[in-house]
Design a protein around this ligand. Structure first.
Ligand code: HEM
Length: 516
């Protein structure tokens, strides 16, 4: 209650009991006054409340059921592995800004409108709050023997800032990437050899996505652990296969824990057990790989560009050993599928543009190691990858909690509102891009309006942006260049895409690599 409210109320009560009985019957008046005072007090209290606690003004959105909120939609009308289509449908039904209700009653606001997205993503937060994945948080907090925190991806505030500062500076530095380029060239060559050995006589490669996954594993582990691990050898070891399938299960369990019934929060359901198994498999295998990498590093020269990141993380006295291990795990799990899916999407989209493939080839030297300057000079490569990220990003939306109240599309959203910024959906809207649904790399070399380039955010925005961006761009450009020098890519029909917490190609994917 506000101070004037308390004062008024106590003054009234005191005078009511101390005054003698009136000559006239005023008996109805005290009640009336009491009601009026109560109204004034309630209004004063409401106005005095901090704006942070106000709920968003009523936004359009699907109808919410008691206890279940709007989650029932994902168990009836929509399929969980087609969530991207579910959101497209909801944007059609409710417009570019709508609200869902979580089972606990909290509101999640989805945005695909340009001005609103730009406002949310431009906010210059020092410690941006990205809602953590609860199942990871719950599990890691239950294992203090293994985890000192919930890790860089899920941590918040000062703890996140500390991890980010000590874990990512090497990864984001152009110098580190320059040093890693010779090794990356050799990893890409091994990937091409693997593709060659898996090609049928007509050029078809079955299960292409599994090979890109192995490429993701080899390059991200190489980058993080500073050593080659043999994921690109023709016959994959059991350990490699186990790690790859644990990473897939890990993402799927996160998706199901978020969009499915939240029973795992109250009992160890099979979903929770699957998640724990995948986390433990990943932890065990990566711990072994780290130990092997450490013993190899101990006997080797220390000036190799490839070992820089790993050694610096290991040597950092500011970090708990458990955080170092969790960081390597998080980097590897965050990097493998994202990279592999992006490569499949890129080649699939390019298969519809043989002319652009020819253009890429014409901009490259015909043989030899590729240097950064040669890649930078091939503008068609950058255009092809930018356009693939615009049309088919593996991370189609970004999650944030608003750090200040914001008015979006005429609706006031209070601090703390959970927002899903659907950059992927916004990039496919005609008001934001010319012929928005088509794969047109030329839009990046000769701009045609509308062209809302700022909406293309495959690696996120602001201080929580993906620290792997520089590495991924270098790697995708390099692989694409090497593939285009050797083959043209063909694909029959349409790629089936599903939502595994990331957009992923439905396996198995077959495409043809045909000699020029
Ligand atoms: C095509 C590949 C990749 C894509 C599309 C991608 C995309 C993303 C996105 C969208 C985010 C969230 C950013 C935000 O909230 O603003 C993110 C975060 C992150 N990514 Fe990536 N990523 C990729 C590869 C990688 C690689 C290779 C690594 C590690 C070597 C990595 C490590 C991380 C980490 C640690 C975070 C959490 C950062 C933080 O919260 O501070 N990612 N990534």
């Amino acid at each position: 209650m506000s101070l004037p409210g308390v004062f008024l109320f106590s003054h009234y009560v005191e005078s009511f009991w101390s005054t003698p009985p009136p000559l006239v019957d005023w008996s109805g008046v005290p009640t009336l006054v009491l009601v009026l005072v109560a109204v004034v007090m309630a209004a004063t209290a409401l106005l005095a409340r901090s704006p942070d606690t106000k709920r968003p003004t009523r936004l359009p959105g699907p109808p919410a059921l008691p206890l279940l909120g709007t989650r029932w939609l994902f168990w009836s009308r929509y399929k969980m592995n087609k969530l991207h289509e579910a959101y497209e449908d909801m944007f059609r039904r409710y417009g570019p800004v709508f609200a869902e209700t979580m089972p606990g009653g909290a509101t999640v606001v989805s945005i695909a409108e340009r001005a609103a997205l730009e406002a949310v993503l431009r906010t210059p937060a020092r410690r941006p709050y990205r809602p953590p994945t609860e199942i990871v948080q719950v599990y890691r907090r239950s294992r203090p023997d293994r985890y000192a925190s919930t890790g860089l991806v899920n941590e918040q505030g000062e703890k996140w800032f500390h991890l980010r500062r000590h874990l990512t500076s090497e990864l984001t530095s152009p110098h580190t990437m320059q040093g890693f380029l010779p090794e990356l060239n050799s990893i890409c060559d091994d990937f091409l050899n693997l593709l060659q050995s898996c090609r049928r006589p007509d050029g078809t490669v079955y299960g292409f996505e599994q090979l890109t996954n192995r490429m993701g594993l080899e390059s991200v582990c190489g980058l993080m652990l500073g050593t080659r691990l043999g994921f690109l050898e023709r016959w994959m070891s059991g350990r490699v296969a186990a790690l790859a399938s644990a990473v897939k299960a890990h993402f799927r369990a996160q998706r199901d824990s978020y969009y499915g019934a939240p029973i795992w929060k109250f009992a160890p359901t099979s979903l929770y057990k699957t998640f724990v198994r995948s986390e433990e498999t990943i932890h065990t295998i990566i711990s072994e790989l780290m130990d092997e990498a450490m013993s190899r590093t101990a006997g080797a020269a220390q000036d190799d560009g490839m070992r820089e990141i790993f050694l610096n993380i290991l040597a950092n006295p500011e970090l708990d050993m458990r955080d170092k291990k969790a960081a390597v795990i998080d980097f590897i799990t965050a990097g493998i599928e994202t990279l592999a899916n992006s490569l499949v999407f890129l080649l699939y989209l390019l298969s519809g543009r043989p002319d652009w493939q020819q253009k890429i080839r014409s901009e490259l030297p015909s043989c030899g190691e590729l240097r950064v300057e040669e890649l930078a000079a091939a503008s068609s490569i950058r255009a092809a990858t930018n356009e693939a990220f615009r049309l088919l990003p593996t991370a189609p939306f970004l999650a944030r909690l608003l750090e200040a109240p914001m008015t979006i599309a005429g609706h006031r959203l209070p601090t703390g509102t959970f927002v899903l910024a659907h950059t992927g959906a916004a990039c496919r809207r005609e008001e934001n891009f010319w012929r928005a649904h088509e794969y047109l790399p030329e839009r990046w070399t000769h701009v045609r309006e509308p062209h809302a380039a700022a909406l293309v955010a495959p690696f996120g925005r602001g201080r929580r942006m993906c620290p792997g961006k520089r590495f991924v761009e270098l790697e995708l450009h390099l692989i694409l260049a090497k593939i285009m020098r050797q083959w043209r890519v063909e694909f029959d029909g349409e790629l089936d895409i599903q939502f595994d917490f990331l957009l992923s190609p439905k396996s198995p994917v077959s495409l043809r690599l045909v000699e020029w």
